[in-house]
Design a protein around this ligand. Structure first.
Ligand code: IDP
Ligand code: MG
Length: 151
């Protein structure tokens, strides 16, 4: 089994609904190790870079507003970014996160328990988790400097 790193973001709905502690508890329950953590003020540039693969989607502009806290009154755009490391970390975190669409996410997953779709059609799904090794490597490097991650 491969030792992987994966990027997690507690999205603005998660922070606004005080789900940060619960999310970290679920992440710790996987047995994976937290190796980096920081609050980041998400610039327009960082948001667009993070989600660049989705730039042609109809929900893209809403997604940029969402991740920058504009629907949740987070004026300084702060978000908690984490890196977890361990065996099959990417899949393990995706499993506790649940499916992208919170209405399709399994009961008991973070998204299945706490996610919602707004009347405007925005998915509010509490956390971001890297989806595969290439995305994880790109995202960890985008959000963290090397020296911010424990060796
Ligand atoms: P993921 O977060 O499960 O990896 P992606 O397809 O990478 O899902 O999409 C990134 C984010 O974009 C989702 O977590 C969600 O916030 C938003 N999103 C994805 N699909 C839709 C959609 O059909 N409508 C509204 N928002 C969406
Ligand atoms: Mg994704």
């Amino acid at each position: 089994m491969a030792i992987e790193q994966t990027l997690i973001l507690i999205k603005p709905d998660g922070a606004a609904r005080r789900l940060t502690g619960l999310t970290i508890d679920r992440l710790d329950s996987t047995g994976l190790e937290m190796v980096a953590a920081k609050m980041v003020s998400v610039s327009e540039k960082l948001a667009r870079e993070h989600y660049k693969a989705l730039s042609d989607k109809p929900f893209f502009e809403g997604l940029i507003k969402y991740i920058r806290g504009e629907f949740h009154g987070i004026k300084d755009h702060r978000i908690l970014a984490l890196v977890y490391r361990g065996e099959n970390a990417i899949k393990a975190v995706r499993a506790i996160a649940g499916a992208t669409n919170p209405e399709q996410a399994a009961a008991g997953t973070i998204r299945g328990s706490f996610g919602r779709i707004t009347t405007a059609g925005q998915f509010e799904n509490v956390i971001h988790a890297s989806s595969d090794p290439a995305d994880a490597a790109r995202e960890v490097a985008l959000w963290f400097k090397k020296e911010e991650i424990l060796p």
